[in-house]
Ligand binder design. Structure first.
Ligand SMILES: [Zn+2]
Length: 93
Protein backbone atom coordinates (compact mmCIF):
# COMPACT_ATOMS: atom_id res chain seq x y z
CA UNK A 1 0.00 0.00 0.00
CA UNK A 2 1.40 3.37 -0.98
CA UNK A 3 0.29 6.82 0.07
CA UNK A 4 0.00 9.91 -2.07
CA UNK A 5 2.15 12.99 -1.70
CA UNK A 6 -0.78 14.96 -0.30
CA UNK A 7 -1.46 12.31 2.31
CA UNK A 8 2.22 12.22 3.23
CA UNK A 9 2.31 16.02 3.58
CA UNK A 10 -0.84 15.91 5.72
CA UNK A 11 0.66 13.26 7.98
CA UNK A 12 3.91 15.21 8.32
CA UNK A 13 1.95 18.35 9.11
CA UNK A 14 -0.03 16.52 11.79
CA UNK A 15 3.18 15.08 13.21
CA UNK A 16 4.77 18.54 13.38
CA UNK A 17 1.64 20.03 14.97
CA UNK A 18 1.77 17.41 17.72
CA UNK A 19 5.53 17.75 18.08
CA UNK A 20 5.42 21.55 18.39
CA UNK A 21 1.87 22.08 19.64
CA UNK A 22 2.06 20.03 22.82
CA UNK A 23 5.19 21.74 24.24
CA UNK A 24 3.82 25.09 23.08
CA UNK A 25 0.57 24.49 24.97
CA UNK A 26 2.57 23.62 28.07
CA UNK A 27 4.78 26.70 27.72
CA UNK A 28 1.85 29.06 27.16
CA UNK A 29 -0.06 27.54 30.09
CA UNK A 30 2.98 27.82 32.31
CA UNK A 31 3.50 31.44 31.28
CA UNK A 32 -0.16 32.24 31.96
CA UNK A 33 0.03 30.68 35.42
CA UNK A 34 3.27 32.54 36.08
CA UNK A 35 1.66 35.80 34.99
CA UNK A 36 -1.40 35.06 37.11
CA UNK A 37 0.73 34.57 40.19
CA UNK A 38 2.06 38.13 39.99
CA UNK A 39 0.78 40.33 42.78
CA UNK A 40 -0.18 43.20 40.49
CA UNK A 41 -2.67 41.02 38.64
CA UNK A 42 -4.10 39.66 41.88
CA UNK A 43 -4.43 43.18 43.25
CA UNK A 44 -6.19 44.39 40.12
CA UNK A 45 -8.92 41.79 40.44
CA UNK A 46 -9.25 41.59 44.21
CA UNK A 47 -9.28 45.31 44.95
CA UNK A 48 -6.76 47.38 46.82
CA UNK A 49 -4.83 45.65 49.56
CA UNK A 50 -3.99 47.42 52.76
CA UNK A 51 -0.64 45.79 53.32
CA UNK A 52 1.40 42.70 52.92
CA UNK A 53 -0.29 39.34 52.65
CA UNK A 54 -0.39 38.05 56.17
CA UNK A 55 -2.35 34.87 55.64
CA UNK A 56 -5.96 33.88 56.12
CA UNK A 57 -5.52 33.07 59.78
CA UNK A 58 -5.36 36.77 60.70
CA UNK A 59 -9.03 37.21 59.84
CA UNK A 60 -9.93 33.98 61.60
CA UNK A 61 -8.14 34.93 64.82
CA UNK A 62 -9.69 38.42 64.73
CA UNK A 63 -13.13 36.90 64.21
CA UNK A 64 -12.76 34.24 66.89
CA UNK A 65 -11.04 36.62 69.35
CA UNK A 66 -8.23 34.16 69.88
CA UNK A 67 -5.03 35.43 71.48
CA UNK A 68 -2.73 35.34 68.44
CA UNK A 69 1.00 35.85 68.21
CA UNK A 70 1.90 38.26 65.43
CA UNK A 71 5.01 37.40 63.48
CA UNK A 72 7.64 40.16 63.68
CA UNK A 73 8.92 39.36 60.19
CA UNK A 74 5.82 39.03 58.02
CA UNK A 75 3.03 40.21 60.33
CA UNK A 76 0.96 37.03 60.09
CA UNK A 77 -1.12 35.98 63.06
CA UNK A 78 -0.25 32.61 64.53
CA UNK A 79 -2.00 30.48 67.10
CA UNK A 80 -0.96 30.70 70.75
CA UNK A 81 0.71 27.29 70.65
CA UNK A 82 2.68 27.94 67.47
CA UNK A 83 6.48 27.79 67.66
CA UNK A 84 7.08 28.83 64.07
CA UNK A 85 5.20 31.27 61.83
CA UNK A 86 2.88 29.43 59.47
CA UNK A 87 3.60 31.88 56.68
CA UNK A 88 7.34 32.54 56.70
CA UNK A 89 8.53 29.81 59.10
CA UNK A 90 10.29 32.35 61.30
CA UNK A 91 10.65 31.28 64.95
CA UNK A 92 8.13 33.07 67.15
CA UNK A 93 9.30 34.41 70.52
ZN1 LIG B 1 6.05 35.17 59.64
Amino acid sequence: MSITTVELALRLLTFLCVLVGAPLCFLVGFRLLDYGAKDTLVERFSGARTGRDTGQLNAYFREAAVEATTCSICGAANGPDYTYCHTCQERLD
